[in-house]
Design a protein around this ligand. Structure first.
Ligand SMILES: Nc1ncnc2c1ncn2[C@@H]1O[C@H](COP(=O)(O)OP(=O)(O)OP(=O)(O)O)[C@@H](O)[C@H]1O
Ligand SMILES: [Mg+2]
Length: 355
């Protein structure tokens, strides 16, 4: 099952051809294995799907994939970015209007719901839909019927509704801004996309993919990343998820040196130190504190290395530890090599500079 999905994925997204990159990388993590399995099962069933995940985790790309793997793949794929359309316009955008329905309605116009007939309607950031539109959407999901603004009669459509959110809808329900009955309707099948820090083992596959993709796209020849840098990438917090990783690799391909990435990550250090607390399960204070101390040590070493122009012997003296201990700590913390930081003109696979 899993292989079938992956194989069809690249040809499918290529044929859609609208958003780069032209494939979905699932990687080898358990979290994404579960997503792929679920995707294989749900794609062929005409039921609403709710995609949840932080910003940049791939909700858009997965929504397209669901459409492309569905029996309605030759039908329309219509996306509505709810927060991008002002509240007053959203109703007419979604459901359309009849001539004379409001000032300026000189003709009638179908809404995106109608345009998605026999295809997929993707409602992005569904939590932004206001309560009156939520009830119209509920009707659509219950019996496939809706009413254009100013129309006397309901219309009927067949659409597969896929919604996405990066907020917890349960919290929105608690605060009264999202209807619980609508939540049950859109959440028939739920697909949770893990944050990149929850699928660190996929980082090498993603890096390789973006490297190849942007090398081809920009006609560049950027080399594979060094092991040290890959280790740093695997330890980083990735608040912007895959989008952040993709942009980092794009910059590397265009500018051509690893220090571009190392420098970027160093500049983002405050984010790196956000404690990664998972409130869904038990919280281990001991583990989190140990992690924080390690990260603090890493930061101190990095600062001292920078202050000593990456001369590791000098840095070891400044830190009052042995040279060997410093080398061990640098490796253990996945810090960029001295080469990356000291020789911006060197290519990624040049030999390291000596102290
Ligand atoms: N599994 C993946 N394989 C390859 N590229 C991916 C993958 N997931 C995401 N991307 C890329 O990362 C970027 C962000 O993905 P996408 O726009 O789908 O995220 P999103 O969850 O919809 O983010 P937002 O909440 O900000 O809208 C895109 O360029 C997308 O092509
Ligand atoms: Mg999106």
């Amino acid at each position: 099952m899993a292989t079938t999905v992956t194989n069809s994925v690249s040809s499918l997204v290529q044929s859609l051809g609208e958003i780069p990159p032209d494939a979905v990388i699932f990687g080898r993590s358990e979290a994404m294995h579960a997503v792929r399995e679920r995707l294989g099962k749900l794609a062929s069933a005409n039921v609403p799907v709710l995609i949840e995940g932080e910003s940049g985790t791939g909700k858009d790309i997965i929504a397209r994939l669901i459409h492309g793997l569905s029996p309605w793949k030759s039908g329309p794929y219509v996306k509505v970015n709810c927060p991008a359309i002002p509240g007053t316009l959203l109703e007419s955008e979604l459901f359309g209007y009849e001539k004379g329905a409001f000032t300026g309605a000189v003709g009638s116009k179908p809404g995106r719901v109608e345009l998605a007939h026999r295809g997929t309607l993707f409602l992005d950031e569904i939590s932004e839909l206001d309560l009156s539109l939520q009830s119209k959407l509920l009707q659509l999901l219950q019996d496939g019927q809706f009413c254009r603004i100013g129309a006397q009669e309901d219309k009927k459509v067949e659409v597969r509704v896929v919604c996405a959110t990066n907020r917890k809808l349960e919290v929105e329900i608690e605060s009264g801004s999202f209807r619980q009955d609508l939540f049950y309707r859109i959440n028939v099948v739920n697909l949770h996309l893990p944050a990149l820090r929850e699928r660190r083992s996929d980082i090498p596959d993603l890096v390789e993919y973006f490297l190849e993709y942007y090398n081809r796209k920009y006609n560049c020849k950027a080399r594979s990343l060094s092991l040290e840098l890959m280790t740093t990438l695997q330890k980083y917090h990735w608040p912007g998820n895959i989008r952040e990783l993709e942009n980092l690799i794009k910059r590397y391909v265009i500018l051509g040196t690893e220090d571009v990435i190392s420098g970027d990550l160093v500049a983002r250090e405050p984010e790196y130190f956000n404690p990664d607390i998972n409130f869904d399960g038990p919280i281990s204070l001991k583990k989190l504190t140990k992690q924080a101390v390690r990260e603090l040590e890493r930061k101190i070493i990095l600062r001292v290395l920078q202050a000593n122009h990456w001369n590791r012997k000098q840095a070891a003296r400044a830190l009052n530890i042995s040279y060997r201990a410093l080398l061990y700590k640098i490796r253990d913390a996945g810090l960029p090599s001295n080469r990356a930081a000291r020789r911006p003109e060197a290519g990624p696979n040049q030999p390291a500079a000596a102290d």
